[in-house]
Write a protein that binds this ligand. Structure first.
Ligand code: MEV
Length: 299
């Protein structure tokens, strides 16, 4: 049928809080998944190279494709690491729709990708698919179960060192974990989610966040709150501490947590590149695997 590309995302602020209607800020990454669909008349979709449980989730999502195409072969390749917090399920959803020849504009594509993403984790806020569809930086105001409102975000001039550690939990189980915490202690958890949403608003305004130093400070503040929701791991803490001692103005996890994606904020590219070398050496010494490490300019 065709080939389609879907881009990954980096959440800067608002993960988990977005599920409860608070704003989130993020950027689209250059890393992508390319989805190729060859239609056939097989009884079921074939997904060469993919293991369970991803394969069965993807099979279910393919059943939700508009026009219900005949099952065939789906191949997924690309530069985006999967299942570590860079929005690979959202990238797959936008990529597979493009591969299937989805005719709509960006908003229609976002709506369709958001519907498909429910297969991967039951209550997506819509922020990952929005960041995958729209280039640049966005602030998203979730309105669950509807699609969030979106506006371009103006971020201060800064460089990010973006990395990922292996992750053992899925987004679905981490989102469920926060729901359970909130059921047990609604006033504490709601207050933290609300503060995380306010940090998103602060980060997306040049008045409250004019430079890399303020962006880093906000990242540290968000990380403290995410850690208090048990979303960090000792390995992630070690990586973030290494970034802070090697020149970052602040650092935090990104996405669902439980390991996975993270970033540190830097004033310039040279600072981020030098911290990358220190971080690699630190993680190697501690025998901690790293899935991805790259330097990204945000404004
Ligand atoms: C996952 O990238 C972000 C979460 O907030 C889930 C969501 O918003 O759908 C954890």
């Amino acid at each position: 049928m065709g080939v389609g590309r879907g881009y990954g995302k980096l959440l800067l602020f608002g993960e988990h809080a977005a599920v409860y209607g608070h704003p989130a800020v993020g950027i689209r990454l250059d890393e992508y998944l390319e989805v190729e669909i060859s239609c056939g008349s097989a009884p079921d979709w074939s997904l060469p190279g993919l293991d369970e449980p991803e394969a069965s989730l993807i099979r279910t999502s393919l059943e939700g494709l508009p026009g219900s195409p005949e099952p065939g072969v789906v191949r997924i390749r690309g530069t985006l690491p999967m299942s570590v917090g860079f929005g690979s399920s959202a990238a797959f959803c936008t990529g597979v729709l493009r591969a299937a020849g989805f005719p709509g504009d960006s908003l229609a594509l976002w709506e369709a990708a958001h519907r498909l993403e429910h297969v991967f984790h039951g209550t997506p806020s819509g922020i990952d698919t929005g960041l995958s569809v729209y280039p640049g930086a966005s602030i998203l105001y979730p309105k669950p179960p509807a699609l969030p409102d979106r506006a371009p975000a103006r971020l201060p001039p800064a460089w990010l060192l973006v990395g990922a550690l292996p992750r053992t939990s899925t987004t679905a189980s981490l989102v469920t974990g926060i729901r359970t915490l909130r059921d047990r202690d609604p006033s504490r958890v709601d207050a933290i989610l609300c503060e995380l949403g306010s940090l998103s608003r602060d980060a997306a305004s040049l008045e409250t966040c004019p430079d890399a130093a303020s962006l880093g400070r906000l990242a540290d503040e968000a990380q403290t709150r995410l850690a208090s929701l048990s979303l960090t791991t000792p390995e992630l803490d070690l990586a973030l501490a290494a970034l802070r001692t090697s020149g970052s103005t602040g650092a935090k996890l990104s996405g669902a947590g439980g390991g996975g994606a993270f970033f540190g904020v830097f004033r310039d590219e040279a600072g981020a590149a030098s911290a990358a070398r220190i971080l690699r050496a630190t993680l190697e010494r501690e025998k901690i695997a790293i899935v991805h490490l790259t330097v990204v300019r945000i404004a």
